[in-house]
Design a protein around this ligand. Structure first.
Ligand SMILES: [Zn+2]
Length: 380
């Protein structure tokens, strides 16, 4: 079987498995079998409902780990999909299915790149491997974070972590991520006093208080960002109040909002204190709950970034833009443990959308790129 056909078959086999978070649906078993056959050592770590697979080849340093996830987000409106989300379909030079770009295409490419690399360099320097979880799109508690803890305890934190999240802007290779913003979710309940709209002196309207709070928070200039991070932003995601009658002022109003922040914000505690001050000023009676989603991270430039940039320049003739945009990623757990982290995957244009897809040209290019990066760091 030709190499591209083999890659396509693996990608399709993964995409046909409906692995909605945290269900791995057999993806890791399939990958584990292949890597064992290629001479890798594997460890399966199941924590709660989450499956994690760790596989490696060789020993010592440097240690490069490909990092990814086998879970996918729900397909959403099924009638908007041109072909069923878990029936991988080739159309217009692309492979369509939920998870094609985020990120089973890259996972299949990782596997094929590792197989080919150890076949070409059986005596490579150091250790190469892959870490997969089925809980990246969910709470991300029993996934990568737990396995990294384990690696830390064993003194086996990788030197380099290459995350395969979709990172391309217009095409594969035009952008890499060298960090990600943090995420803070806030739940707010404002209390007032319920009553008849015709008796304003007898009511305390919590919606009016909420409007002042949200207005002030939405306009707040949290920070100016820095060279790698855009300014922190806040988006209100839900507001609710009302008893269903036009002549009643309700007794409570609630809202949810989320901040995406960089280091210039001062972090969780500083943001929470500023939010609490605004809320306190406008609403003496309230409940405020902070859900700390993810710490921001920024990976300092090192040998991994140099290898990735050199390979991309060689292939595309131009260096990638390096930034920290997009959602959170499991790269944060590896960066916090001390690994150098770079994220490089296909175009991100269709991730989490209906009719998610990966261009075949990008899918077929990925193993060569990943393999070339390994060669720069590990060839004997
Ligand atoms: Zn992803």
């Amino acid at each position: 079987m030709s190499e591209t056909k083999e890659l396509l078959r693996l990608a399709e086999a993964l995409l046909a498995r409906p692995s909605l978070t945290p269900d791995d649906a057999g993806c890791q078993a399939l990958i584990g079998e292949r890597l064992v056959a290629a001479g890798f050592t594997i460890e399966q770590h199941r924590f709660g409902a989450v499956d994690n697979l760790l596989a490696w080849h060789g020993e010592g340093r440097p240690f490069t780990l490909f990092v990814g996830h086998t879970d996918v987000v729900p397909p959403g409106d099924l009638s908007a999909w041109l072909t069923p989300p878990f029936t991988p379909t080739l159309r217009d030079g692309c492979l369509f299915a939920r998870g094609a770009a985020d990120m089973k295409g890259a996972v299949a490419a990782f596997v094929v790149a590792l197989e080919r690399f150890v076949r070409s360099y059986p005596g490579h320097r150091g250790r190469v491997g892959i870490l997969l979880t089925s809980d990246e799109e969910g709470p991300a508690i029993d996934g990568t974070a737990r396995v990294v803890e384990l690696l830390s305890a064993r003194g086996e934190v990788p030197d380099f972590a290459l995350v395969g999240e979709a990172s391309g802007r217009a095409r594969l290779g035009d952008r890499i991520r060298i960090g990600r913003r943090g995420s803070l979710t806030v739940e707010l309940l404002v209390r007032g006093r319920q009553g008849h709209v015709a008796y304003p002196e007898q009511v305390d309207n919590p919606i009016h208080r909420m409007a002042r709070i949200l207005g002030e928070l939405a306009q707040e200039r949290w920070d100016e960002g820095d060279a790698d991070f855009p300014p922190t932003s806040l988006q209100v995601t839900a507001v609710s109040a009302g008893v269903g009658a036009d002549n009643v002022v309700p007794g409570e109003a609630s809202a949810r909002f989320n901040l995406r922040f960089g280091p210039a914000s001062g972090g969780f505690a500083a943001l929470e204190a500023r939010i609490a001050a605004v809320v306190g000023r406008h609403a003496p009676s309230h409940e405020l709950r902070f859900v700390r989603g993810a710490q921001p991270f920024r990976s300092p430039p090192g040998a991994l970034r140099a290898a990735v940039e050199a390979v991309l320049v060689e292939r595309f003739g131009a260096p990638p833009r390096a930034d920290t945009g997009g959602g959170t990623s499991d790269g944060r757990f590896l960066a916090a443990a001390g690994a150098e982290v770079v994220e490089l995957g296909p175009s991100a244009a269709s991730i989490h959308q209906v009719n998610e897809h990966i261009a075949l040209a990008e899918l077929f290019a990925l193993p060569e790129i990943y393999q070339a990066i390994l060669a720069r760091l590990h060839s004997p």
